[in-house]
Design a protein around this ligand. Structure first.
Ligand code: AMP
Ligand code: MG
Length: 337
């Protein structure tokens, strides 16, 4: 099975079922896919029968759909967009789901010195328009949008579970974090249905529980910079997550320069120069958001940030005119196929 995402093709090579001792011997492999959050989410799981597998996967997909109705910035009726309509006003009580994601985002904003910033929404919108018409965003509008960006303008209060946007016009964008969180939440739902060997992936964001029966882990193949290429590197994961960020699919080319959909919140510019960042972490919300943050920070500061989180590792591949360079820290060894 192939996971397509912004920079890497992640081939999940699920090895054929091997019979094992005891109850494990009864498990069979099932695979499901549904469209959510503007991408295809896939679930691979081991269950005792087709009924158990489809009940569990239905519940997991419903959970992802529920999170989409909360976090979407495309749907004006989402909880996120309703919160943004209150920008400049009083604190707003939000759901536990939205509060969890915003809290994680804000911590990463602090730790990355604002490289990750969910208040980047007004700028993301301009770049989306720019990609649609294949023209650079208007500099004046971009400058106005950048003035609204700044994670300090989002205030959270854990006691009251409220969020407050301090300036009118602020728009939140959870595109760099929501899919990893959704994968985590789907894994949790599968566990509540008695499924403990599963993998959930939405585009470049993958989370896993236990490995396939009699295996050490799920094999993830990574093809940095070009999703059409064969994976060069393979890693095994279980009870953890892997996410990738990059520009191979969503970008704008103007006058020979490629601008990524990932934005430097300080300048409002799409990142230039081709790069691909893969992060492994104990959970999807961490892997997804870190991969986006590290893309903005660059190899040196990015690797330092990843190393400050326990149980994480990173592979950063950059293409220059001369050559491709890789930087890595605590990234799992290559498991050749
Ligand atoms: P990902 O593919 O996970 O790296 O997420 C990229 C998406 O995150 C973009 O399409 C935007 O919606 C959003 N985004 C872009 N730049 C940033 C940033 N600096 N911090 C947080 N989110 C961002
Ligand atoms: Mg991300």
């Amino acid at each position: 099975m192939v996971f397509r995402h912004s920079l890497l093709v992640v081939h999940v090579l699920v090895m054929s079922f091997l019979s094992a001792a005891g109850a494990e011997a009864q498990l069979s492999r099932f695979q499901f896919a549904q469209a959510h959050m503007g991408t295809e989410f896939r679930i691979v799981l081991y269950a005792s029968d087709a009924n158990a597998a489809s009940q569990a996967s239905d519940a997991a997909f419903s959970r992802i759909a529920e999170l989409d109705t909360i976090m979407s910035d495309y749907d004006p009726g989402s909880e996120l967009m309703r919160l943004c309509q209150q920008a400049g006003g009083a604190p707003v009580k939000v759901s536990a789901d939205l509060f969890r994601v915003l809290t994680h985002a804000q911590e990463l904003s602090r730790r990355s010195e604002g490289a990750f910033d969910v208040t980047v929404g007004p700028v993301v919108r301009l770049w989306r328009e720019a990609r649609a018409v294949r023209q650079m965003p208007d500099p004046k509008r971009l400058a106005e949008a950048v003035k609204l960006v700044g994670y300090e303008n989002l205030r959270l209060d854990a006691q009251t579970q409220t969020a407050q946007l301090l300036k009118p016009g602020i728009l939140l964008d959870l595109g760099g974090i929501a899919k990893g969180d959704a994968a985590d939440q789907a894994i949790a739902v599968l566990k509540s249905h008695g499924i403990f060997r599963a993998l959930v992936g939405g585009a470049g964001d993958i989370a896993a529980s236990g490995p396939p029966p009699a295996k050490e882990g799920w094999v993830i193949g990574i093809a940095p910079l070009d999703p059409r290429k064969k994976p060069e590197r393979f890693l095994l994961i279980h009870d953890g997550a892997v996410s990738t960020s990059g520009d191979s699919e969503q970008h704008l080319d103007v006058a020979g320069v490629r601008y990524s959909h990932i934005i430097n919140p300080k300048t409002g510019m799409g990142l230039t120069g081709r790069s691909s960042v893969t992060v492994v972490a104990p959970n999807g919300i961490t892997a997804d958001s870190l991969a986006t943050a590290v893309s903005v920070l660059g190899p040196e500061r990015g690797l330092k940030l990843v190393k400050s989180y326990s149980g994480t590792g990173v592979l950063f591949v950059v293409e220059t005119e001369q050559r491709v360079r890789s930087y890595e820290a605590r990234f799992p060894e290559n498991r050749k196929q």
